[in-house]
Design a protein around this ligand. Structure first.
Ligand code: ADP
Length: 456
């Protein structure tokens, strides 16, 4: 990115513009204030001088005679009438070009100041005061404005150099500060680029407590979540392929063995049974994978209706009883309460079927699987309890994760994929509920499903 298109450049330009306007306004203010004060003090000194000169008649007389000794840098001129003739007297014989009109106006009126240019290209500040020498007369005291003009020119020259110099220094400082302040942005961009190239373990190294520090912390947290999500996805893909490979390997081995030579039909039947069993397991795994893929994509279609949980479990109980009998377990269905929730009946059936299936799978004979119902506040609670193998405490936090199995060989032998509980939790959460587990190794487990009751 070129410097011209950077925020640093825009920052600096705006900052310089504001500073330039301020400096120019300040310089103009100083110039006008100084010029006013200097001219004011010159006028004051002229006024003081005129008062001095007018207060002593002998001085006026000496001016009239052309014998008055002027101070350095001052010109004193007297206009007076003699024989109705206006006479101009000055000690050094200097004449000041004043129009007749101005002089007669001044003689008739009050004192006034004026500034006139001289032949030498300078300027004179004049105080014109009427005096009384028997006849109306005019005293002019003039002083050169050279010193004031020089001081003001000096100021202008200083400002002409100082303002651009200050702006240049400010530009340098501004770029330096903008670079320093925005350095984290470059780091953020650099890290984001590296992450874009596939390294999600990178983090932005900005530890300031300002806005950019907060932005970096937020981005780091987001990258952390992305990293975990990618890791989960990777793990999921590798677990899924592993899970699919196992039954495929069995099918391949079984069919290769069967085809190796001529065999009795009972052997073929046995092989086909194994193949059929493995195919069913694969098919159920693929169904579960599709369910989770749809859940992840948010593309599930829910058909929410009023569902009576007691009736739903009661409808399942015939199948459950059969499964329990097959395994030598007893099944107890607790007193059914009128717990009505708003839910997708088919998905809730899938949820309870999975939990009951697990309870039967992980309970050795003789044992009991039971279902109880109650409500707590606005929640319906269905608890599925077994007297089975139980789950070690250290595994409990993970059993709802995809493909997590406490005892892998046992679970696979039971036909489990390790996806059942992940699907159960997803269904419960999609209904605004949750699943809780309490378990003790060797004593059994209780899975409690909490679902919001339908408000009346
Ligand atoms: P699976 O298909 O392997 O049963 P699940 O996701 O349903 O997968 O369960 C995950 C793991 O949790 C199981 O492998 C098992 O170890 C444990 N588990 C689930 N339900 C029970 C239970 N009722 N009793 C003991 N262990 C259980």
């Amino acid at each position: 990115m070129s410097f011209i298109h950077s925020i640093k450049f825009r920052f600096t330009i705006w900052y310089l513009l504001v500073l330039a306007v301020l400096l120019i306004a300040l310089s103009a203010g100083v110039y006008f204030y100084l010029s006013r004060s200097l001219y004011q003090s010159l006028d004051d000194s002229l006024e003081l001088r005129s008062t001095q000169l007018r207060s002593i008649p002998a001085i006026l007389e000496s001016i009239k005679q052309g014998e008055f000794e002027e101070e350095l840098g001052e010109i004193v001129i007297l206009y007076f009438y003699t024989d109705s003739q206006l006479v101009e007297v000055s000690a050094r014989g200097i004449s000041i070009p004043l129009s007749d009109e101005f002089i007669s106006q001044a003689i008739a009126g009050t004192s006034s100041f004026t500034t006139i240019p001289t032949a030498e290209g300078e300027r004179l500040r004049l105080l014109v005061v009427p005096v009384n020498l028997g006849q109306p007369s005019l005293l002019i005291i003039a002083r050169s404005t050279k010193q004031i003009d020089q001081a003001l020119h000096g100021l202008v020259h200083t400002l002409i150099i100082a303002v651009p110099l200050a702006l240049a220094l400010a530009a340098g400082g501004g770029i330096f500060l903008a670079r320093r302040a925005l350095k984290p942005v470059d780091e953020i961009a650099q890290t984001a680029q590296e992450i874009g190239e596939g390294d999600l373990s990178r983090r932005i190294n900005v530890n300031t407590k300002d806005e950019l520090g907060r932005l970096a912390a937020t981005l780091n947290a987001m990258i952390g979540r992305l990293e975990k999500a990618f890791q989960r996805q990777k793990q999921f893909t590798s677990d899924a392929s592993h899970e699919l490979r196992a039954p495929l390997a069995v099918i391949e081995a079984e069919s290769t063995l069967a085809l190796q030579k001529e065999r009795p039909s009972s052997d073929y039947q046995q092989s086909l049974e194994v193949i059929s069993q493995e195919s069913k397991q694969m098919s159920s795994l693929i169904d579960q994978l599709l369910t989770l893929a749809r859940a992840d994509a948010g593309k599930e279609q829910w058909n929410f209706t009023e569902v009576n949980l007691g009736k739903l479990i009661s409808n399942l109980s015939t199948d459950i009883e059969v499964l329990c009998q097959e395994k030598g377990l007893s099944f107890q269905l607790g007193q059914m309460r009128d717990l009505v929730v708003k839910g997708d009946e088919a998905r809730l059936r899938e949820l309870f079927m999975n939990l009951l299936d697990n309870a039967i799978s992980y309970t050795p004979s003789p044992g009991t699987v039971s279902v109880s119902f109650h409500s707590e506040g606005q929640m319906a609670v269905v608890a599925i309890t077994d007297t089975g193998v139980g789950i070690p405490a250290e595994d409990i936090p993970f059993i709802f994760e995809r493909f997590y199995r406490v005892d892998k060989s046992r679970s696979r032998a039971e036909g489990g994929s390790g996806l059942g509980l992940a699907i159960c939790r997803h269904i419960a959460e999609a209904h605004g509920g949750k699943i809780e587990v309490e378990s003790q190794v060797g004593a059994g487990s209780t899975f409690s499903v909490w679902l919001p009751l339908q408000s009346p």
